[in-house]
Design a binder for this molecule. Structure first.
Ligand code: NAD
Length: 256
């Protein structure tokens, strides 16, 4: 591990972190494009994440509800990688935590909701495609467990889905703007566990770099941005992140 990264983290005042599915694999939630990824192993799974198939085909919705019911995130616990980002917040250095993840493990680990920018929404909420009503996902999962294969909205009869941005669905401009603005204010930008292939959010890297931030990529596989980054750290995120985030108190304790 590049020792200078540790000193960049120690010196930084406004760290912006962009996380992807890779930070949650050590919590037992597979990514999409990694070697053990959901799409790598079963390309048909991509259909379940596509809004056009979802709205058009009740069979796709039934399969989606079963897969939501069995999603590993319901039993997942934050890992050492998530906890290292909580430590950054505790040190007052975390300016924003932009995540493409829908699992809410950052919030469960202890990061403040105000700092987490969820660009793809959350699987822990549902939304109605007809009237826009939202609520806790558990309410709809109860109905699926009770035998409804494709539950519809009790208010308007509309199609229900998770409150996430499916492929083919519009991102929320105000959320993307907030993420890009935060990236432009960073003095250190950490990209963690993302293949940096999904736009526009991968562009947060360019914005941070153009604004003068140091850029660090933590990912087991190469990304298209590796050549531009100030440092690229391979290996497992749950080992690398705790190693670059040192505790402020350790120096103070030593001095006392
Ligand atoms: P991705 O699947 O495209 O890429 C994940 C990257 O993380 C891969 O390059 C992989 O090599 C790396 N990686 C995986 N585990 C790692 C580990 N332990 N240590 C180091 N590197 C590791 O993920 P993405 O770029 O986030 O895009 C996929 C989209 O799918 C996301 O936008 C997200 O919305 C969604 N998704 C979310 C979750 C989740 O919430 N946990 C899980 C799967 C997919």
């Amino acid at each position: 591990m590049a020792p200078e990264v540790k000193s960049w983290v120690a010196a930084a005042r406004r760290i912006v972190v962009l996380t992807g599915a890779g930070i949650s694999t050590d919590s037992g939630i597979p990514d999409f494009r990694g070697p053990q990824g959901v799409w790598t192993k079963n390309p048909l799974a991509e259909k379940l994440s596509n809004i056009h198939y979802y709205l058009a085909d009740p069979e796709v919705r039934k399969a989606s509800w079963q897969s939501r019911l069995q999603h590993p995130a319901w039993n997942a616990k934050p890992n050492a990688g998530h906890l290292a980002l909580v430590e950054l917040e505790r040190q007052g250095k975390l300016h924003a935590l932009i995540t493409q993840n829908i699992d809410e493990l950052h919030q469960l680990a202890g990061n403040s909701r105000e700092l987490v920018i969820e660009v793809h929404g959350s699987m822990r909420r549902f939304m109605c495609w007809g009237c826009g009503m939202r609520g806790p996902m558990e309410r709809v999962l109860e109905r699926v467990r009770a035998g409804e294969e494709d539950p519809h909205c009790r208010d308007c009869g509309g199609i229900l889905k998770s409150d996430t941005i499916s492929f083919g669905q519009q991102l929320l401009p105000e959320v993307i703007d907030r993420a890009m603005q935060a990236a432009g204010e960073a003095d250190l930008f950490l990209s963690v566990g993302t293949s940096l292939q999904v736009y526009p959010i991968a562009g947060a890297f360019d914005i941070a770099r153009s604004a003068g931030a140091k850029t660090v990529i933590v990912n087991a596989e190469p990304t298209p941005y590796d050549g531009m980054a100030d440092a690229v750290l391979g290996g497992s995120i749950s080992a690398v992140l705790p190693a670059i985030v040192t505790e402020r108190e350790s120096a103070a304790r030593f001095l006392n």
